[in-house]
Each structure stands twice: as C-alpha cells, then as structure tokens.
Ligand binder design. Sequence first.
Ligand SMILES: Nc1nc2c(ncn2[C@@H]2O[C@H](COP(=O)(O)OP(=O)(O)OP(=O)(O)O)[C@@H](O)[C@H]2O)c(=O)[nH]1
Ligand SMILES: [Mg+2]
Length: 524
Amino acid sequence: MTTLSAATRSWFSLLRRAHAYSCHRFLPLRAPHLHVQLLPPAGNTRSRAFTCSVRSLKSSDVFDGGRWTGGATEEDEEFMEDSEVEELFQQQVPSGTTGWQHRVFIVQPDVKWGHRKQHLTTAELMLAEAVGLVNTLDNWTVVDKMVLSTKTPEKKKIFGKGNFLVLTEKIRQTSGITAVFVNVDRLSPLSEREFEDMWGVKVFDRYSVVLQIFRCNARTKEAKLQISLAEIPLLRSRLKNEFAHMDQQGGGARYIGGSGETLFEVQQRLLKERETKIRSALEKLRKKRLLLRSQRKRSEFPVVSVLGYTNCGKTTLIKALTSDSVLQPRNQLFATLDVTVHAGQLPSHMTVLYVDTIGFLSQLPHQLIDSFSATLEDIKHSDLLIHVRDISHPETENQKVNVLNVLKNLEIPDSLMSSMIEVHNKTDLLDNYQSPQVDTVCLSVSALLQRGLDALKSAVEEKIVQSTGKLVLDVRVELSSDQLSWLYREATVQDVKVNAEDGSALVQVIISTAAYGRYRKLFT
Ligand SMILES: Nc1nc2c(ncn2[C@@H]2O[C@H](COP(=O)(O)OP(=O)(O)OP(=O)(O)O)[C@@H](O)[C@H]2O)c(=O)[nH]1
Ligand SMILES: [Mg+2]
C-alpha cells in the first residue's frame, strides 16, 4: 500500500465533493496525471453512490474503487539509495578546468570525396551543429572554429601531416583556448593523448561533449545511472592512456604489495566492478519498467511514443496535445533525458498516454545509445509512434534518415513502423511551406502556435483504433440492467443518450474485440 501524497489527497477530497454533483462521465480534471472515472453502480444509474476509479498516469500507482495498489514494489525497496546513485554519478572523467568553464576551439573534419563522404549534409552544417552542442553547455563558449579536410576521420591519424601542422599553428595562435572539440564520433585514446600533448589543452570528441550535456540535464536515478554507464568506455580509454604513459617511464607494470596484481589490473578490476554495479541497478529498473508497462497495458490506455531528432519540438508538441504544465520545452539539445508519460484526450474522449522520449543525434556512438536502451525500449511497446520533424531545419532530411536508422537498430516491429505518423513541426518558421501530399502519413503542425493539432488528434485516434483492434460502436443498453456500468468498467464510454420513455440509452463506446465478445456473452 502506498501513502498518498498531499497533492493527491487534496485531489481525492475534491473528488469526494465532486461526487455530490457527479455525472456518470469522465471528469475533465486539471490534474493531467490523474485519470478519473466515476463508475455508476450496478443496476441503479440514478443512485449517487458512484464508485470512483482514479489511475495515476505518472507512476505505477493505481487507485481503483477505493483501493490504492501498486507503487511500492519490491524493486523500489531493493533499489539503490539516492546517495549511492549520486556517488556513482560523481564526475569521473575530468572536464579539464574547474567550474566546468571552457573556451572551445572546434575542428570539423571534412571528407571531400570517397565512400566516407556524407551526402545529406555538409561540413558547414555539421560544424553548425557542433557549435549548437557547445552552446548548450552553460559556461562553455566557442572561441574559434575551423573546417579541415581529411580522408580518414575514423583512423588514429585523422589529419594528414601538413593539415595537422596548420591546425596546431592555428590553435597555438588563438589566445585563451582551454579545450579543443574535434567533431568525430570517438577519438582513439592514442589520438586524444597525442592532441592533448601537442596542444596543451583538454580535447573532446562528440561522445564526451554529448556526455557533458547529458550530465547537466540528468534528473532521475535512471538517467544518472545510464550516463555513468556511458562514461565507462571513456574511463577505460583514459586508464589505457595513463598507463601507456607510465609504461614509457617504466612504472606501470609493477605489482602492488604481494597482491599479484599490477596497479593497472587493480584499476581495471575496480572499473569492471563499477560497471557491474551500474548494470545490475539498471537491470532492476528495466524490470520495473516492464511492470509499469504491463500495468499501463492492463489499464488499457493506448500508448503513443513521440520521438525525433533532438530539439525538433517533441516536448512542445506533447504539451500542446495534453496541456500538461509540468512539461518544460527548452531551446536546448537533449533537454529531455527521462522518459515521461502524459495523458491526453482524443476527439472521442479516449485517453491516450503520450511518451516523451530522449532526442536522437546523428553519429551518436552506439555505446551511448546502448546505455539508454532501457529508455528507448519503451518505444517498441507502444501502440503508435509519432515521428516529429523540425521541418524548418536546414538538415531536416538528414535528421530524418538518422532517426529512421536508429529505429532500425532498435528493431521496432514492422507494424509499428508502417503505422508511424510523421509530423512536420515548426511550419510557422517557413514562409512557403507546402503541405505534404495527402496520400502520405504526414501532418503539418506548429506545436508552438498550436496549429494543426485537431487533425493530428484525429489521425492518432484513427491509427490507435486500427492498431489496438478496438471497435467504435453504438450499443443500446437497458438502464435497469448492469450493461452500462459494465461498459464503464471494461471500455471507454464516449457518449450516452438516454431515452427516458423506454428506460434505455444509446451508448457510444470504444471497446476491444475481446471485451465486446465478453459483453455479448453476458448480455445478449
Ligand atoms: N517556432 C517554433 N518553435 C518551436 C515549435 N515547436 C517547438 N519549438 C521550439 O523548439 C525548441 C525545442 O523544443 P522542445 O519541445 O524542447 O524540443 P524537444 O524535441 O523536446 O528537444 P529535446 O528534448 O532536447 O530533444 C523550443 O525553444 C521550442 O519553443 C514550433 O512549432 N515553432
Ligand atoms: Mg524534449
């Protein structure tokens, strides 16, 4: 049994008062995380003794007909203390300066030809994104930037000898630099050390910059643990680097006081233990997610995952669709790191749960995506996907390809992929925006100006009805029987038209095929 929070208690007291005036319909509440339904008692629809069913959409808690269940699960009790998570989350990879301040020089490698050349983007656009990433971090500023051609961005020697000298000269001549950001997925430990030795400042790659951003935005235990896990490969590289350096000076391979382990081996073992601890905590969270998912399924609320490239407007769109004031869209890359669920209503009053997800980024190293796989796993189990695109962005096509590639790697079921709705957002920023052809599953909106939302809600409803196999039916019920209360319990009642003369009602209902089968068995 869970203790109710003060806020939830006050909602219940409000509800109790609402009973006095209750109607047998969904109450339109201003607490979007609570799903409230007043169920008429069996047999007598005029009675005021309604049963109250409240489901908290934010957590695993389910309050049903006076009983509050769920909430404190075994996983909660066994799960790590906050202080333990904080300890694991403490910065392990040094950021190079105190107070996290950096004056950054950005180098963008440019592959001009060959199979490694990127065709959907340009070095300038990639550089612009790198500037965006740096500016996302408080106290980090871009001092200067440079595009430099290369044939082998993934090799240890990224730049040819001549270009490397030009770059080194430029970095040395620019005053006040505290870090260099080389915009490649991952630098090899060797290159990182070579660059740092040569330039005398901290060197970052895309992986380490994105991790810094994640660090700043992490709020929940899960996000913090996932980031700590994603940091392990960086710690391993650093360890290798340090010991390669010590070896050169003849000190790395010494055994420690009869333990039979060298210092390097001890450090490696500690890192392994750290990784195992984080993985097992994340596994517990994964199980908890499974539990949450099965509870969501049992509550029969369809789940709609909203995904897309970072900063495309996912959070803004969900806020517009649900009016959930908890949501805080920000003009920042990776503002959302934690999956949150928000209830919204479709035109027929059907409640759906919108899942806000972490944004995608091109060339994000696999290890980083893997660390967030538990979070992304939710996407697979949705009833519908909405792919939001910032259609005003110069790289919108490239972003779409990236998102679709990540989805491919996540092995999303074909049926979910084929029913996915593509939403073109930020259309207000384009003067000559042409809506896509009607035969494609594309809809245009401006989440910020709340344009195009009705059409989107209707499309969501249509797809949900298809994907969940639900039926929208008009059913005639006898008010003196249990039929209406049964429908309230087992399905979504959208509308009730009472015929006072013959004591019947025409009920519009959204109902699963299985539930309708049970209804017919019971009542016809
Ligand atoms: N002009 C305009 N701006 C928008 C629109 N939708 C979102 N934005 C802005 O785009 C920025 C990012 O919005 P978010 O909703 O936080 O984007 P997100 O996709 O959730 O971003 P991450 O969580 O960081 O991946 C914010 O400054 C929003 O105000 C739109 O329709 N028009
Ligand atoms: Mg967001």
